[in-house]
Ligand binder design. Sequence first.
Ligand SMILES: Nc1ncnc2c1ncn2[C@@H]1O[C@H](COP(=O)(O)OP(=O)(O)O)[C@@H](O)[C@H]1O
Ligand SMILES: [Mg+2]
Length: 224
Amino acid sequence: MVRFTAVGLRYPSPDGRPGPEALADLTFTLPEGSFTWLLGASGAGKSSLLRLMHLAQMPTRGEMEVLGTLIRPERRGSLPALRRRIGVVFQDFRLLPYLSAYDNVALPLRLAGRSESSLRPDVTEMLRWVGLQGKEGALPQQLSGGEQQRVAIARAVVTRPALLVADEPTGNLDSHQARRLLALLTQMNRLGTTVVVATHSEELVRQFPAPALRLDQGRVAHHG
Ligand SMILES: Nc1ncnc2c1ncn2[C@@H]1O[C@H](COP(=O)(O)OP(=O)(O)O)[C@@H](O)[C@H]1O
Ligand SMILES: [Mg+2]
């Protein structure tokens, strides 16, 4: 499903030369259908690792296999199709502010060329699944943080991705909303989606026990 072998990532430093490795020697496998916590202190490399996983960033060394496809930086042309099978949720939601909840969730389906009549049932079902029936017409600013994050989840999964990655998705939520969000993520996982969630909330990890991949200064400190 996701397999990293000796993967490293170096960002350029401000003078344009290669900087130090933000990620080094990452070797691990996430089985199909697994739920994995991604843990580690701020700066440990969680967001960088997730960006590699959802193909927003190419590694500078090593080998990466995502959804059964070997990632080759020199063959970037094939990445958009693969990316469409990966859902992403960010800490700051990243909803489009001028689009309603409905239109935010419909967006990936419209971009994929789906007709209005065929996407409507999917969008409506997803908004109901996250408990936002009746709020279809609301703009993001008219929704609470927890509601906005549930729109973001609906948008991430409306295309039925095989892999869902979430980068500190509860970082801007209170503990009640955080638990509610995790219940949705674990439900998605039980339906077959492979899920990876970065967090530094030990409380949340205790409430939803699952295998964890722990990073320490860009390296895997523990997996299991
Ligand atoms: N776009 C970037 N350019 C340069 N360095 C970066 C960039 N993004 C992250 N880094 C560096 O990579 C390391 C890991 O950061 P990050 O992946 O954001 O960690 P985390 O999400 O665990 O807080 C940090 O040293 C950070 O400064
Ligand atoms: Mg981060």
